[in-house]
Design a protein around this ligand. Sequence first.
Ligand SMILES: Cc1cc2nc3c(=O)[nH]c(=O)nc-3n(C[C@H](O)[C@H](O)[C@H](O)COP(=O)(O)OP(=O)(O)OC[C@H]3O[C@@H](n4cnc5c(N)ncnc54)[C@H](O)[C@@H]3O)c2cc1C
Length: 415
Amino acid sequence: MIFEFSEKTRDYLARIEAFMEELVYPNEKTFYEQVASGEDRWSTPPIMEELKVEARARGLWNLFLPDSEYGAGLTNLEYAPLCEVMGRSLIAPEIFNCNAPDTGNMEVLVRYGSEEQKERWLRPLLDGEIRSAFCMTEPDVASSDATNIQASIERSSAGDEYVVNGRKWWSTGAGNRRCKISIFMGKTDPEGNLPRHEQQSMILVPLDTPGVKIERTLSVFGYDEAPHGHAEISFTDVRVPAENILWDEGKGFAIAQGRLGPGRIHHCMRQIGVAERALELMCERVKNREAFGKPLAEQGVIMEWIADSRMEIEQARLLTLKAAHMMDTVGNKEARSEIAQIKVVAPNATLRVLDRAIQAFGGAGVSADTPLAAFWAESRILRLADGPDEVHRAAVARLELKKEPRVGAAQNRNQ
Ligand SMILES: Cc1cc2nc3c(=O)[nH]c(=O)nc-3n(C[C@H](O)[C@H](O)[C@H](O)COP(=O)(O)OP(=O)(O)OC[C@H]3O[C@@H](n4cnc5c(N)ncnc54)[C@H](O)[C@@H]3O)c2cc1C
């Protein structure tokens, strides 16, 4: 594995880092102030639109898309360090049009959308004009097993429409006024005539269709995450044209698997950026603060926190790069163990670094005066979202158990 960055990556990296220094970090406070003071907390604040225009003008746009017809055409390995830098600020990914869940939804449309679906929904998403939601999780069933979902997508008797019913929650982004389209997962074979993984389908449901109701937005540890939010949505006899089905009936599970691979690794890349920023903040703080007669940085325990954080970040980054390299070279299916591994490793490593940084900051660490508390909430989510740790661990273990032992190693020494 060669982890030296390509010239293209180095060029993008330098430009993104410069953009972050010049325009992102100095505007984080403005962003949150505008959200808090605006007339409507669920509208995107003006500073975001200004920064999006600037990022696009500088060619720092849609970098996540490996497809060069629609995006920058970067491999996962080339995108990894760029995504990491974007992860250093909670507001940055949207500025570069590289934010979840829109990235995953755009990838679904690129891969599985018809020409009409691309024209109607992908184009404005690529332009950052609208936002989208992914509606899979349901309040009433254990959704970490997606075969449990109960929502229905039923063909109308005339055959020209589908009728959608169900209740979804944790639909990230659906609180935003510009969120216009959802990718909805439901059952097209409720009787279970088909195999377990072919009973579900995905369909495009515009959020202004009659019968769609945003019931509420949920908070995460008290953060409502305006202006995006995580919504609970009811769908009652929602009628959409039959052409809105994605790929084909019965392909919901296959699409979900295709969507979640890249989405998961992007989260991990951003997590490493979070951890790097937390470590930087911690180091600056402990160098400049004294207790009991010497700088905190000279307390042995704090030096241990710093060293452990550096080591854990390096380990998580190397595994993320390995997973990205495998996705590029042998494909997402072959890389599924590495993707599952990193989905456990990166958020957990980041949470440990954040916890140390918060502790080193003392009371300030849990306040809103540093980004640490909001980062912690975001990272904690990722031990659940896109699959809980336990499900990924089970996948890693299953793949490990399937391996054939090497002949010599399989024999007991004493036999
Ligand atoms: C902030 C946030 C944003 C989200 N965004 C989205 C979104 O945009 N769209 C969307 O559709 N969903 C989204 N989700 C939902 C998320 O993907 C689910 O919460 C997750 O898949 C778990 O499903 P569940 O909540 O139904 O938990 P359950 O399935 O009820 O599982 C509960 C717990 O059981 C344990 N468990 C489950 N399976 C196993 C196993 N095999 N072995 C051992 N233990 C197990 C785990 O500890 C798990 O946390 C989001 C969630 C959060 C918190």
